[in-house]
Design a protein. Structure first.
Length: 253
C-alpha cells in the first residue's frame, strides 16, 4: 500500500479518450465489412445445420436466391439449440460450444442480421476492460476496496487494449476469439486472487477453505476451455506459474 500512486491527470485523460475511441470503433460500421468465410461457417453452426444438410437443400438443380441462404445464417424455427450443439459435435468438434450457445440465444432475440451477430462480439469485447483492470490489480497487489485510485499500469493496459488493432478486428467478427480473450483474462486474474487469498490466510495461520478460494478460478478456466480448445495451453501455463511461485516460497522458508 505504501507504493500506491495516483495516475497523473494527463494519463487519466489519455486513458479515457482512448477508451472512448476504442468503444466507438468497436460499434462502428459493423455491417459494412465483408462477411468472410469463417463468419459464414460460424453462422451455419449457430443455425444448427451441418454442411451436408445445407448442400442437400441448396443444390437441387434450381436457381438459388439470397433468401435460400437465410435459414443457414442464424437462428431459425426449424432447428433448436440442441441442433446447434450437435452440428458442432458432428463436423466441428474442435470448436467448443459456449460461444455458439450464447450467439444462438442472442440472435433469437436480436435477429439474424450481420449487425446483430457482430454486435455480440462488440458487446463481449467491452468486458475486456474491467477484466484487464482486475488483472492489473492482482498483479500489483492493490486491493479492489481502495477507492479513487487509478493505477498507471492499469490505465496503460486499458488504453492499449482499447486501440489494439487485433482486438478491434476480433471485436467485430462473428467468432469466439474475443470471448476467449475475456475468459483468459478472467481465469488469470482469478488464479492470482486465489494464490493471494491462500497466502494471506497462511500468514494469519488460518486454515484456508480451498473450495471457496479456488472455485472462481475453476469456473473461469472451465468457461475458457468451453470457448476455445487452445485454453489447454493456458491451463498448462497457469500450472507452471503456480509451481514456480510455490518453489520460490519454499526457498524463502
Amino acid at each position: 500500500m505504501r507504493h500506491l500512486k495516483f495516475a497523473p491527470s494527463w494519463l487519466r485523460f489519455l486513458t479515457i479518450f482512448l477508451l472512448t475511441m476504442g468503444i466507438l470503433f468497436r460499434f462502428s460500421n459493423l455491417d459494412g465489412k465483408v462477411f468472410w468465410q469463417d463468419e459464414v461457417y460460424a453462422s451455419l453452426r449457430i443455425s444448427g445445420y451441418t454442411i451436408n444438410e445445407a448442400k442437400q437443400q441448396l443444390f437441387n438443380n434450381r436457381v438459388i436466391g439470397k433468401e435460400s441462404f437465410a435459414q443457414f445464417q442464424g437462428a431459425n424455427p426449424d432447428k433448436s439449440l440442441n441442433d446447434t450443439i450437435m452440428s458442432l459435435a458432428k463436423q466441428d468438434s474442435q470448436h467448443p460450444p459456449l460461444y455458439y450457445i450464447i450467439a444462438r440465444l442472442w440472435m433469437e432475440i436480436f435477429g439474424n442480421s450481420v449487425t446483430a451477430i457482430r454486435s455480440l462480439s462488440a458487446c463481449i469485447s467491452l468486458l475486456v476492460f474491467p477484466c484487464v483492470y482486475w488483472l492489473c490489480r492482482e498483479l500489483f497487489n492493490v486491493p479492489l476496496s481502495v477507492p479513487g485510485v487509478a493505477m498507471p499500469a492499469a490505465g496503460v493496459a486499458i488504453a492499449l487494449m482499447a486501440i489494439s488493432p487485433i482486438h478491434l478486428v476480433y471485436a467485430q467478427e462473428a467468432q469466439e476469439y474475443i470471448l476467449w480473450l475475456v475468459t483468459i483474462l478472467l481465469s488469470s486474474a482469478s488464479l492470482l486472487r486465489a494464490i493471494r487469498l491462500e497466502d494471506e490466510l497462511a500468514n494469519e495461520r488460518q486454515k484456508p477453505d480451498l473450495f471457496a478460494i479456488w472455485s472462481i478460478y475453476a469456473v473461469t478456466l472451465a468457461m475458457s476451455l468451453y470457448t476455445f480448445i487452445w485454453s489447454v495451453f493456458v491451463a498448462v501455463a497457469h500450472g507452471i506459474y503456480v509451481m514456480i511461485t510455490a518453489k520460490f516460497k519454499l526457498l524463502k522458508l
